[in-house]
Design a protein around this ligand. Sequence first.
Ligand SMILES: Cc1cc2nc3c(=O)[nH]c(=O)nc-3n(C[C@H](O)[C@H](O)[C@H](O)COP(=O)(O)O)c2cc1C
Length: 482
Amino acid sequence: MLNISELTPADQLRKLAVFLEADFSESLGASKLVLDNDNGKGVITNHVIFSGLVVRTYNIKLSEEFIFTKDESQMNPLYFLYCIEGYFYHKFENTDKVNKIGHLQNVILSSATDEQNTIILPANVQISMTAILAMKENMTEDVYHSREGLWKDVFELFEVDGQDTAFQYFGEISPRIAEHTTLLVKNTRTDVIGRLLAESAVLKTISEQIDSYQKSDANTNTTHGLRDDELRKIIDLGDYIKSNIGSKLSVKELSRTAAMGPAKLQSGVQHIFGETVNSLIIRLKMERARELLLNTNNTISEIVYSIGLSSRSYFSKKYKEVYGLLPSDFRKKVCDKEVIFELSYRSKAKKSLTQSDIDKMVSNSRSNNMRHNISGCLVHHEATFFQMIEGSKKDVLELYNSIKSDDRHTNVEIIWKGFTVGRTFEGWHLATVSGGGDLRSQDDPQLFEHINVNEMLDSLKNTSVAADILWKRVSDRMKVAG
Ligand SMILES: Cc1cc2nc3c(=O)[nH]c(=O)nc-3n(C[C@H](O)[C@H](O)[C@H](O)COP(=O)(O)O)c2cc1C
């Protein structure tokens, strides 16, 4: 058993690394433990989002059970725990009760002022989880009262002030939180991009966890009476509906698929998705229709058929209920370029390419892009190009086709393409990240950080959410860098 009483998150992680004989590295506000020996395999990271808010992610499998006790009595943090894979145990030192924190469970804890926490990580279980620690004492007054009093409300909600008993909330599974948490766990980077990704995902995770807590608090008298395995079946049902979207799905059929009576099914779907089975089916059908309207030239009748409906007028009515406009009007907006098509790719620059070749190419591209109302950004770093272009779907795809066959680069590989609303690089016909990949921090103009484009691309592969956050941040920073 290891006792950790170090005060800073980085020192705590360093101690853990020494104990597990793991590698430890630290950079600006972030630290990382990489384990690859007989004790196990995996990564644990810490990101200090700002003073008083730290996120720790675990993506690790240990060969033996590992118990550590943390003395955080001086900091008295509020913990938001969320496990996306595996499970672990938590216990307050003064009580005998050991709580199992399971897959997709929402847990919020704060220790009493003089209490220690014990965490037990089981052997041979892949554990992917996030622990967000909010420490009131370390937050500045500005932060504490910022965002319309967000933090003040958070601490008041969980009564962190002066309590002598611990606060514990072991909530029901909340699958919605997983999206943001997954992004946090996958993000093992400790550079500026890693911190930016973490910052956005942390705030979303906390607000989802609190939201889920408040909803369950308000509903304590209306229990759904479902076991965890039944709730999981209902989550799987969402995927089943998606893969069978072209069929005429009914409550009866779904009830048979989930091996659950219709009443139980309704109450479970209501609990997890917040709507009836029929409205869930309709919403998923409308989502698919929207995708098809955006990405294909299929006629509306073809789309109606492919989502398993037979009446076009019923489809239009439902589509309007969900998205606020008729499918035909939505398609017109896509054609009229109000919806922006975005494409990101990476490629390898040809070795013989000089800086002056690139400057010429950028200048030529800017006038071309201006003519076609295309905006975007080009990163050139260590013989890698990383570009995002945005505009009408037709123009972007035409340009991409010409870029793809350009012999100034090879290995052109799309990272993400799809529709978004509004432009990220409004007014930049082709922005470039200068200085070979240096990004200037918005908070401190003196602070430069180098981005390793290859590493960045690896961590962004096929995740539109991450690519989106990244480009928005790059654009913010470029506005500051001027
Ligand atoms: C990495 C890379 C990025 C490019 N980006 C653009 C661009 O944003 N806009 C553009 O018009 N051409 C871009 N090009 C050049 C096109 O491949 C193509 O040469 C150009 O559109 C042809 O324009 P031109 O007929 O006016 O010479 C890029 C080429 C490379 C290698």
